[in-house]
Design a protein. Sequence first.
Length: 317
Amino acid sequence: MDEIGGYMGFEEFQGIEYHSSATALNYGRNCLAYLVEAKKIKKLYLPIFLCNSIQMVCEKYHVEYEYYHIDDTFHLLFSKQLKEHEYLYVVNYYGTLSDEDIMNYLDKWKNIIVDHTQDFFRIPVKGVDTLYTCRKYFGVCDGAYLYTNAILDRNLGRDYSNARMQYVLGRFEKTASEYYEQYVQKEREICNSDVLKMSKTTQNIMKVIDYATVKEKRMHNFKYLHSMLGKYNRINMDGVEGTFSYPFYIDNAEIVRKKLIENKIYIPIFWPEVSEKVMDDSIEYKFTNKILPLPCDQRYSEKEMLMVIELILLYLE
């Protein structure tokens, strides 16, 4: 029987998740693993501008994969015809793909999988397998959503988050730098994770987020950054309603990144391993090394955005 009495645990909330109609899983990469198994995918075409985690899923589940390139507007360069059990993996970088783009891809290739990791608030195009991740947007250590009509013919167990939450709670009470190594270690452990249902802890947290406010803050910060930096940005982000981070493409990105980090403004590199796969003059190499993904999330206001802008302008060539 269930336990009764004793000390109080984490409150169980009664709100509604933003993607409540999706299948809630433990990680974004496992959304792909779910599709591989449920749809019996034999081969995937992947953008070369992508983290190694998707490649690792392919290798773990013995799926053949082949890379394709993207252009300087983040749109794919792909002309092959897909065979049975072959799928095209499409990444919506920084929210730059429109629904019309996705529908055109669907019309042309049919078997597509859309990765909205960098566009959590985008509603999926009907009939398209679409995945989202939670920890890129919110203070949780795992969680993902998958829209698909495919159903696994086995029951999934549930993941547990309690042992992974320390670095999230640690940053809330202290600083990111104090828990960064723990964060990196937990990221490494994800590689060995199985396909499981989203943990009760993460799903509970996702029920009480004020999604409207989060989206509004992110969009406002994105637009503010663009209004101040757009004329220096080598990527045209006009008309993009980004909510992930602002991709600021400049030639001396390495110098500016270093100066920002010295001022405790942490700017990641997406994804360093790509540089080893491409030529130095390729768009993927340039995107990897010359884009500064500037934070614009719900923790910040125009005050923090202006601090970032002023530092960047100080060190621009």
